[in-house]
Design a protein around this ligand. Structure first.
Ligand code: IPE
Ligand code: IPE
Ligand code: MG
Length: 248
């Protein structure tokens, strides 16, 4: 039986989040420049989004560029921004064909105007698609996102629109850029690193974590199936005991 056939259809996650890591090391192993790794990483994006769309997974969120990544050498940052534009151009038809709605979170205003415009255009073109929602985290920092939410809530308090007692999980979640999207059930990180790197700190509270040594440009549908199969062996207890779950 193929890996795909082994998947239990009604035990698939609703939301998969991925920290796409290892492009630089992949290129270095091949004696190439880092940007070659980033270009090859587009393959992983295509494979994982197609696989999720085919399986009927509703949300896929990809960490594409962190606020910390702005501190990389200028030449790499520029190449990544160019790559974002080129990738939207080359992949837009695949998105439309697969009924994928593109979404973006992060400080999009930090992106070069050209990239920001291209992104806005793609968001608009795919906005009526109702299959997979593919969210790209660009210039994203979870700490910044939470601080922005707290600031907005602070303003509402100051204007007496809400009371301190109105502050709860739902209110905070409604001020995050992920509002309306359920929390990830599964977080995948490639390249062997085992850290969160300022990604969806709030939203990952109860996600199952899956780490693989595969470098991002080598990530494909089969690797995603492996992660999903592993996920399906987990018992998600949310603080309860196994015995309590059995009774449910
Ligand atoms: C992930 O690959 C892509 C981005 C962070 C933009 P890296 O560029 O971090 O690759 P490594 O970790 O150096 O191998
Ligand atoms: C995290 O990868 C950010 C993205 C995948 C876009 P990094 O490679 O930048 O993470 P650290 O700095 O090694 O933790
Ligand atoms: Mg890295």
């Amino acid at each position: 039986m193929s890996l795909k056939e082994q998947l239990i259809k009604d035990k698939l996650p609703t939301h998969v989040a991925i920290i796409m890591d290892g492009n630089g090391r992949w290129a270095k192993q091949k004696g190439n420049l880092r940007i070659f790794g980033h270009k090859s990483g587009v393959n992983g994006v295509r494979e994982s989004s197609e696989a999720c769309a085919e399986l009927g997974i509703k949300y896929l969120t990809l960490f594409a560029f962190s606020t910390e990544n702005w501190n990389r050498p200028k030449i790499e940052v520029n190449a990544l921004m160019e790559l974002l534009i080129a990738t939207i151009n080359s992949e837009i038809n695949t998105l439309l064909k697969n009924n994928i709605r593109l979404n973006a979170i992060g400080r999009l205003e930090d992106l070069p105007a050209k990239a920001n415009l291209k992104l806005a255009e793609a968001l608009d073109k795919t906005k009526h698609n109702d299959g997979l929602t593919l969210t790209l985290a660009l210039s994203y920092s979870s700490k910044v996102e939470i601080i922005e939410a707290i600031k907005a809530i602070g303003e509402q308090l100051k204007e007496n629109k809400i009371q301190v007692t109105d502050i709860n999980e739902t209110l905070l979640e409604n001020h995050l850029t992920t509002r309306g999207i359920p929390d990830p059930d599964l977080l995948i990180r490639t390249s062997g690193e085992q850290r969160i790197s300022n990604f969806l700190l709030w939203q990952l509270a109860y996600a199952e974590l899956y780490f693989t040594n595969v470098l991002w440009p080598d990530f494909n549908k089969e690797e995603l199936y492996k992660a999903l199969l592993d996920y399906q062996t987990r018992e998600r207890r949310f603080g309860l005991t196994s015995e309590q779950l059995e009774k449910k």
